[in-house]
Structure formats: C-alpha cells, structure tokens
Design a protein around this ligand. Structure first.
Ligand SMILES: Nc1ncnc2c1ncn2[C@@H]1O[C@H](COP(=O)(O)OP(=O)(O)OP(=O)(O)O)[C@@H](O)[C@H]1O
Ligand SMILES: [Mg+2]
Length: 507
C-alpha cells in the first residue's frame, strides 16, 4: 500500500499549552486509520492542522500528501488537495436547506443567479451516495436528527471530491442504528479507495472498522499499530499510560431515607395536544444510591429528567415529593432551591458559557456561595474553581482558561463541576460520559462514588448499557414514556433491559 498522508514532526503551541509535541502520523492510502487518545491528547488539534484551519506558519513540521509537501493557508487549500473534515461539533448552517448547505460557496451561479434545478439534482445524487434517500434537498438541516445531519456533512465532504475524509468523534450523539449506518457508509467508501481518519472514544467501533490505530498521549505520538496486532485493553493502557484494571468501580449503595418520590407522573408534549411524552411513571430514589434510567432514543428519558428539573415546557400531572414534602417545580431556579442539579446531555446548549473561563462557569449557578452582601468574592471564586479543577482533574492551564478552548471531555468536566458546586441532594446526570475518554470516565465514576458516600442521590440516564449496569444500583427502563421494568442491578442483563426498552414488560 502506498502512503496517502504523512504528518512529520508537527508541533503546535497555544498560549501556555503545547497541544502537539513533535507528532508524526502516517496514513496509508485507502485505509481507515483510527486516532485515539484521552481528552486533550491533541487529536482534534492535529486534524485542524491537517485541514488548514490552523494555517501553515502557525505550527512547526510538515504535511506530505502523496509525496508532495503541502502548505495550507486556508481550509479551501486543504479541500483542493482532497481533504475534508467533519468536525467534532457539526458545522452545518441549520437554517439553510440541505442543497444550500451542500453548495454553499460554490452555487451554480451565473451572473449571480443560482441554478436551483441543478443544485437539487446534484444534491439528490450525493444524498443517495450516503444512503439518505428519504429526505428532500429542500429540507432545512436544522429539522433533521443528528444522525442525518452527519450524513449530510458526509455528502457535503464527498461533493467536494474528497479522497481523505476526517471524522472527529462522529458517533458521540448517534443511536446504535445510526452508528451502524455510518460505519457501513465508511466501509463502502473504503472499497472505493477513499482514505479515512476516524477519531472515536468508542473502542468497539474502532476495532470493528479500523485497519490501523495511532495513539496520542499528551500531545505526543505513542505509536501506530495494525489492528490485528493490538487489543482494546492495550489501546486503553497506551492512552492512559497505566493499566486500568476495572472499568466500573461500583460500590455498595449507602442507602438512606427516600429523597424523592415521584407518583403517577405524566408530561404532555409541548406542541402536540393530547400526546404524552411521559405516561404515568412512579418511582422513588433513596439517599446514597445510583438510580439508572434506561431506554431507547426517544423513549422520554431526557424529557423526564428535564421536566423534573423544571426545564421542560410540557404540562405536568402527578406528584413529586422531595424529602417528604410535596413540591411543584416550575423553573430550574426552583429546582436548584429544592436541591436538584442536572448535568445535561447537550452541554453546549444548557451547561456552559464557552466564552467565559473555567472558574466563572463553575461558580455560575452558585454565586451565593461565593458572595457576601451581594458582592462576589473573587478570591473565593478562584479558590473554589481550583478545588473543583483538581478534584475533577480538569486539564486546563488555570482557572482563568476560556472554556471554549478546552477539549470536549474537559468541557464536560467543567459542567459537572458547576453542578456539584450547587451542592445538590439529587444529582441528575444525563449521558454524563458522552465523548469522554476511558480514563476520565473512571474519574467521573469514582467521583459519583464519593458523592453517594456523602449521601447524595444520583439519577443517571445513559445509553451505554455497560456503564448503566456497571454503576447503577437500581435500573428503571422506560419505553414510549412508560415504565416497562425496574431491576436491581444484580438482576439486570443487557438482554432483559433491551427487551423492556423495546416495549416488552418484564421484571
Ligand atoms: N484554541 C485553543 N486555544 C488554547 N488551547 C487549546 C485550543 N485548542 C485546543 N487547546 C488545548 O490543546 C490540547 C489538545 O486539545 P484537543 O482539542 O486537540 O484534544 P482532543 O484530543 O481532541 O480531546 P477530546 O477527546 O476531548 O476531544 C488541550 O489541552 C486543549 O485544552
Ligand atoms: Mg477533540
């Protein structure tokens, strides 16, 4: 096989952080090459160098494509060399149609007039290539689910004649079914000779699709391996630099009294009259336990926790008691007052202010803890920020680092820190480890254990069944808004949970 790409001795410095330190990365033509590493290891940065987002001159080292040294000053330059990148955060213009997104900047314009007929025809062709046959090119991309937006992104990349496709963490927000579709699209491209660089924290995927894997750690190359020559365990230990003996450090529940009792809880759809997103749910949660919620995408898990937290607009019936007192939570402020905290699945939308620094974000919902007489004590803010940064092992230069410059997983830790600081009685974690590396996951689990030891109750929503079964003490399964089963952790298996999640009532 010939070499498609060589990145030689790449060093990239940000103020105070050496994100890449003499990285060498070689990709063979036509292979799927996985790039693995902990949060903050430098994966996205390396790909931004490759895609021209960080222009030549802003880093040291050389990019060699099919034997020629390339110096990209813009993303366009890299595109002309056949490179297309799909960023960790999707970059489609949500208000525009699929066709507009596909041909943004290269409309079939003559004398300033776009030939829409041609744009639609071309779009249909590319959509078909990625298996999106059931949507029209006129659809606004913002109305598509994440999986389909992803497919549009790929169609867009292909329409630019890419022969090197980079996917940065493409499956973090996809359902299992969507993941399968994506992987089969990639296999098809590979068969046609497209080279692909695939970044993922999900090693199962990596091992099912990749031909080779390169591991980065702390901005340095650890090594490149053929997939047949390495195991998942080995990749993990190369990533974290130590052996991880146990993935889920569950401890016995520290069960105390009932902190939350939910009875006959129903939530109406905010826009569709008569449709219930949650239908007559009852459950209770005790101090010191981790209560897992399982279900398929669309089962109502996020709607349930958002509604309990006062952050969902659909009308509610039924009762909620917190520590024996009946409450009606109508806003997130009230929820916080009643001792609830929610780490949401979509950290960008609900959790973080990207332009602010670490300490401001962490203290955002707890300003009263660091103020006296209505005035913020900035010294205290720095101390507290530092405490959480240490406890959660957030990888940032200082508490004054702007959150938007942190790697994805470290941003997630900042959201968790923010909610911990509110000192909740009940901590709700919605997909807490999405996009987080194995080492940091372990840290988050360990932290959950610390919290239940202090008497906190944790509600965890997760689509990762091994995680849900590995950490929860009890698991409730919901399907189409209804409770279909509840298990003690020991009784649960992947099979019985899946049966209940698809609507079968067991347990
Ligand atoms: N624009 C920036 N300004 C300052 N520092 C940055 C910037 N972008 C990245 N960094 C830092 O460079 C390091 C590498 O970040 P990068 O985003 O490449 O990590 P990653 O491997 O993609 O992690 P993740 O798995 O969390 O996405 C991190 O320490 C990060 O905080
Ligand atoms: Mg990244």
């Amino acid at each position: 096989m010939t070499t498609a790409l060589e990145m030689r001795n790449i060093t990239k410095q940000f103020p105070g952080v050496k994100a890449l330190d003499d990285v060498t990365f070689t990709v063979k033509k036509g292979e799927i090459h996985a790039l693995c590493g902990e949060n903050g290891a430098g994966k996205s940065t390396l790909m931004k160098v490759l895609s021209g987002l960080y222009p030549t001159g802003s880093y040291d080292g050389e990019i060699v494509i099919h034997g020629d040294v390339k110096r990209f000053s813009t993303i366009k330059d890299a595109e002309q060399a056949g490179i297309a990148i799909i960023y960790q955060e999707l970059a489609l213009a949500k208000d525009l149609s699929i066709a507009e997104n596909l041909f943004l900047g290269k409309e079939f314009a003559r004398w300033g007039v776009i030939n829409w007929d041609r744009a639609f025809k071309e779009s249909e062709k590319w959509l078909k290539e990625v298996g999106l046959t059931d949507v029209s090119p006129e659809t606004r991309t913002g109305t598509l689910g994440i999986g389909k937006q992803q497919q549009v992104e790929i169609a867009k990349a292909l329409s630019k004649n890419a022969n090197l496709l980079i996917l940065d963490e493409p499956t973090a927000a996809l359902t299992e079914q969507e993941v399968d579709i994506l992987l089969s699209i990639l296999r098809e491209f590979k068969a046609r000779g497209v080279t692909c660089i695939y970044i993922s924290h999900k090693l199962k995927e990596v091992f099912s699709i990749a031909d080779s894997v390169t591991v980065l750690r702390d901005g340095k190359t650890v090594g490149t391996y053929s997939i047949e020559d390495i195991t998942e365990e080995k990749v993990i230990s190369l990533m974290v630099g130590r052996e991880l003996k146990q993935l889920f450090p569950r401890i016995e529940p520290q069960t105390g009294s009932i902190v939350m009792k939910v009875q006959n809880y129903s939530v109406m759809h905010p826009d569709l009259p008569g449709r219930k997103v949650i239908d007559d749910l009852s459950f209770e949660i005790r101090q010191g336990e981790i209560f897992g919620i399982a279900g398929l995408m669309g089962a109502g898990r996020t709607e349930l926790v958002m509604s309990l937290f006062g952050g969902y607009s659909g009308a509610v019936s039924g009762t909620v008691e917190i520590e024996g007192k009946s409450v009606r939570i109508k806003s997130t402020q009230q929820a916080i007052k009643h001792g609830l905290a929610l780490v949401s699945e979509d950290r960008k939308k609900y959790g973080l202010v990207l332009g602010m620094d670490v300490k401001n974000n962490i203290t955002l919902s707890s300003l009263r803890h660091i103020s006296s007489g209505g005035v913020i004590d900035h010294q205290k803010e720095i101390y507290q920020g530092n405490d959480y940064m240490k406890a959660l092992r957030i990888k940032a230069n200082s508490v004054e680092t702007i959150v938007g410059t942190l790697s994805g997983g470290n941003q997630q830790k900042v959201v968790i820190g923010k909610w911990l600081m509110t000192n909740p009685k009940i901590l709700i974690l919605d997909e807490p480890t999405r996009g987080i590396d194995v080492g940091a996951k372990f840290e988050i689990y360990t932290l959950m254990n610390e919290l239940i030891k202090q008497g906190m109750a944790i509600i965890m929503v997760s689509s990762e069944l091994p995680e849900l079964m590995g950490m929860s003490h009890r698991i409730m399964v919901i399907s189409e808004g209804r409770k279909t089963a509840e298990f003690m952790a020991e009784e649960a298996s992947q099979e019985v949970i899946m049966t209940a999640a698809t609507g079968g009532r067991t347990g």
